[in-house]
Each structure stands twice: as C-alpha cells, then as structure tokens.
Design a protein around this ligand. Structure first.
Ligand SMILES: O=P(O)(O)OC[C@H]1O[C@](O)(CO)[C@@H](O)[C@@H]1O
Length: 505
C-alpha cells in the first residue's frame, strides 16, 4: 500500500453525482497492476452483460432470459410485448394503489385498508422487507407486516401485532406459486380471517407466475386482483418488479423514484470504462479480496439504522447467486461470497473485536450516509452531534482495521431516500452479475435450494408414516422398533426427532 493513502484515495475514488454516490476502494490492497491485469476479463464481463440485457438466454441452466434491468428501462426489453407488460403493470400498480388509498376498493364495512400483510419468503419477502424498513415513516399510508417463515409462533406474533384484520390487505407473493412456507402462511392467514368472520378473498391479492397454483387459486376464489411475476425475473432480483413495487406503493412510497434511482444507476454501471463504473470496481474488489474463490467473507457495515436489513437482502442476492458448485463449463468450483453484518456503530460492540485482531478472513463494505436526519441535531458535546459520532466511529473503525492490514470498501451516499435505495439495489445487482462473469458461473439459478426442498418433503412423508404406525400402535415408544416397522431404519435419527416433536405438541 503506498505510504500516502490520500494519493491512493484520490486516484481510485469513483464519484457518481447523478446518484449522489461515491465508492472508495483505496483501502483494498490491490497492487498497481491489478486493474490493468483484470481489464480483459472485465471487458468480457461487459460483453456478457450487454448480451444479457439484449435478451440472450443468460440463465442457461433454466433456459431463461435475465431481465431485471428491463423493469426500470422497459425500452431495453427484447420484444414490444415484454416492454408493454412491464409498463402496463407499473401503471396498474399505481391505479390499484390509488383505489386502495382512496377507498374505491374498500375493506369490509366500507373501511379504508390501513394495514398490509405480505406473505412470502426469500426474494418474495427480503426485498419488500428491506425497502419497507429503509423508507418507512410515520406518514406511511399503510403499515406493512410480514409472514416470511413457516413458524407457527412467528405467525401468531404477527397476527397479534396486526390485531383487527378487517382493515388489513393481504399480498401473497410467490413466483413459483408453490413454495410450502408461503402456502402455509396463506392457509394460516385464511384460518385467521375465518376465525374473525371475514372473507379472505375480499382482502387478498396475489403476485405470482402466470398459471401457477397460487394464480389459479386467486382466480378461482375471486381475490381482489393478481399481479404477474415473469420467468425472466429471478426471485432475488425481483424487488423492482411487482414483488417490491406493490408493497412499496401501498405503503405510500414513490415507486417511480425507486425505479428512476435504479435506472440511473444502471446507466452508470453500463459504462465500459472500468474506473468510472462502481459495479465493475466492486466486482474487481470482490475478486481481489477473495482470490475469485470466496476465500474471504464480506462484512456489510452500513452506519445507518435504515440500512439494517440490507445485509439480509444481500445475503440472498449475493450468496444465492454466487454460491454455486459448478461453473458454466460444468467444472466443480464450489464458488461463493459469504455476507454478514448488521449496522454500525452497533456492531462495533459485537464482533469488530475479532475483525480488528482475530482471524483475518474478511473484508468490509462500509456504507456512509452524509445526511444525519431530517432537520437539525442537538449537541451531545460542545459543537458535536450524535451523527458526528456515527461518522467518527465509521472512519475510526476503518482506520483501525487498515492499521492491522484489514481491507475495506466505503460506499458513501448523500441520504437515504427512495431513489438512493433504488440505486443501491441496482448497484449490487450489477456487481453480482459482473462478478459472476469474472468467475464464470451462472448467477441466475439456484439448484442447491431444490435439494433442501426435496429433503424437507421426505421428512414430512416419514412423519406421516410414523403417525400412521402410532395410530395403530399407540403404546410403542421405541424409535428403533418404529423405524424398523415402517422400513425407515436408515432414518432412525429423524424418526427419533419426529417422536420427540410429537411428544411436545
Ligand atoms: O417466490 P417463490 O417461488 O415462492 O420462491 C421464494 C424463494 O425461493 C427460492 O426459489 C429459493 O430460495 C428463491 O430464489 C426465491 O426468492
């Protein structure tokens, strides 16, 4: 690292005034030849990205196009039909939202809907949750709640927080329309509505793939309306589709500003001049820090409470995209980039001790927000505010890590508003796509998740066999005897776990 970090900082600073964003890569310890050495691969990544945006089958394992960038630039879509679908869907989201907010579509008893229950998981929840938390305020038109797991107690907690269901609009989100956790959440919600003497279908909206199980159900039960999820939008890149736009619009957020922020960032990250392209620079820094094989983790440290859920959102966007066994040539690579972190300065009182002195298996991405709050701040010391301390802790921690040879990137944004959230989402979507090209993997499928879903199905099937056996042999308690009797000696441990659960029901 050159002795004068100020020169290095100035040399490599990437400032994007159009989105009020700076990217500082100077605390990453790449050598002076790194960028030029990587330039040919970066240009190939730009070629791949251009082809992707032009509509090639960029997800070869599923034979699909990859079109999340078209969601905020419909004119880029490869066919007029796709362009029209995107544009008409955003228009319909806005008119539906107006109908809900004005009461033209009202809740039972002619009430205006004031609460929003979003039922989904993975990309059908994490994006909406991040946006809702980052941009929520006391002036929201509707209060969002989420069922994002098949945990009965978790659902009970949400239902008790919602209270009166009669003015609550339900949005069930599932691209496949068959994800069990989401199906369970929907069934539990329907039961809760029934217990309240309410007609669920009169308060329900579906966002799902055309012709999915959920789509057919919503049609058959005459739900209020349905919005589409297209096969060329992946779950983890769906937040600028109806998945993120419907909840955001109903909450009262400016979805056109969200789309605009993402669109402007897309224009910037289409640049083929690597040093002007913050997504290209971040992808290269990920490659440098992890030797292009995930041998270091990325700690996400936004020094802003509103960005608390960003790392959870990025865990899916990055790890479900990059964490792959095979590369595009079918070669086993076991790729990945592990992401964790919550917020600063809070995390300094949790794990920064290890970051400073412990195992050196990470790099940090700091996020600095220049605007402290709406309005002015009191002084907590002579001439010093709380926000000054937040700033001081960020830069102090960055320096303390640098002194010990621990690397970091710093993203600085002017404020947290809808456009900036759109830009940050677009920045990381593009970085993931470019990085995937650098490491030659398909970022747009998720074969590993299917294995877990199948295994979960097998456990449920085994539980049904155990229950059927116990129905005829109520006194039997031996896991060995029960496993033998139902031909599951190989699953004896699971049989034991099933019996233990049944005893605690
Ligand atoms: O929207 P769906 O089809 O319910 O899927 C939910 C999530 O499950 C996955 O398919 C696997 O984790 C994600 O890619 C997706 O966001």
């Amino acid at each position: 690292m050159p002795t004068n970090t100020w020169n290095r900082f100035q040399q490599h600073l990437c400032h994007c005034p159009e989105i009020g964003l700076w990217l500082d890569i100077s605390r990453m310890k790449f050598d002076d030849e790194f960028l030029s050495r990587m330039e040919p691969s970066m240009q190939q990544a730009f070629d791949a990205m251009l082809a992707l945006e032009q509509g090639i089958i960029a997800n070869p394992d599923e034979g699909r196009m990859v079109g999340h960038y078209w969601l905020r630039s419909p004119a880029l879509a490869p066919t007029p039909e796709i362009r029209q679908q995107i544009e008409s869907t955003v228009d319909r989201i806005e008119s539906f939202t107006a109908d809900i907010h004005t009461g033209r579509i009202s809740a039972p008893g002619n009430k205006t809907f004031s609460k929003l229950l979003i039922i989904g998981i993975g990309g059908s929840a994490l994006g909406p949750q991040f946006v809702a938390d980052a941009l929520g305020s006391s002036t929201d038109k509707m209060t969002p709640y989420f069922l994002d797991n098949t945990d009965p107690d978790g659902m009970d907690r949400v239902f008790s927080q919602i209270g009166d269901l009669s003015d609550c609009l339900v949005i069930v989100i599932s691209k496949s329309g068959s994800t069990k956790e989401t199906r369970n959440g929907m069934l539990e919600a329907q039961a809760a509505w029934q217990r309240s003497g309410l007609d669920f279908s009169k308060q329900a909206v579906a966002i799902t793939g055309d012709g999915s199980e959920l789509d057919k159900l919503a049609l058959a039960e005459d739900w209020i309306t349905r919005f589409p999820m297209w096969d060329w939008v992946g779950g983890r890149t769906s937040v600028t589709s109806a998945v993120g736009l419907v909840p955001a619009a109903l909450q009262g957020l400016d979805i056109r500003a969200l789309l605009k922020g993402a669109q402007v960032c897309d224009q910037i990250t289409r640049s083929r001049i690597t040093t002007f392209n913050p997504a290209a620079l971040m992808a290269l820094m990920w490659h440098h820090a992890t030797d292009g094989c995930g041998n270091k983790d990325m700690v996400m440290l936004p020094y802003k409470d509103r960005l608390l859920l960003f790392s959870r959102y990025l865990q899916q966007l990055i790890m479900e995209s990059i964490g792959k066994e095979l590369d595009l040539n079918g070669k086993p690579v076991c790729q990945g980039l592990t992401v964790y972190g919550n917020k600063g300065s809070t995390d300094q009182h949790a794990y920064v001790q290890q970051l400073r002195e412990g195992v050196h298996n990470f790099f940090v991405t700091f996020i600095e927000v220049l605007q402290d709050r709406q309005g002015s701040s009191m002084q907590v010391e002579e001439g010093v505010t709380s926000g000054d301390f937040l700033f001081g802790f960020l830069y102090g921690t960055r320096q303390a890590l640098s002194e010990k040879g621990r690397e970091s990137l710093t993203i600085t944004v002017e404020q947290i508003d809808t456009a900036t959230i759109g830009a940050l989402i677009a920045l990381f979507e593009r970085t993931v796509g470019l990085y995937a090209s650098l490491v030659n993997i398909n970022a747009y499928h998720q074969p590993g998740v299917e294995a877990g879903k199948k295994a979960a199905g097998a456990v449920i099937t085994l539980q049904k066999k155990v229950q059927a056996f116990l129905a005829a042999n109520a006194d039997e308690t031996s896991p060995e005897k029960i496993a033998n009797a139902i031909g599951a000696t190989e699953q004896i441990e699971t049989v034991y776990a099933i019996l233990r659960r049944l005893q605690h029901r």
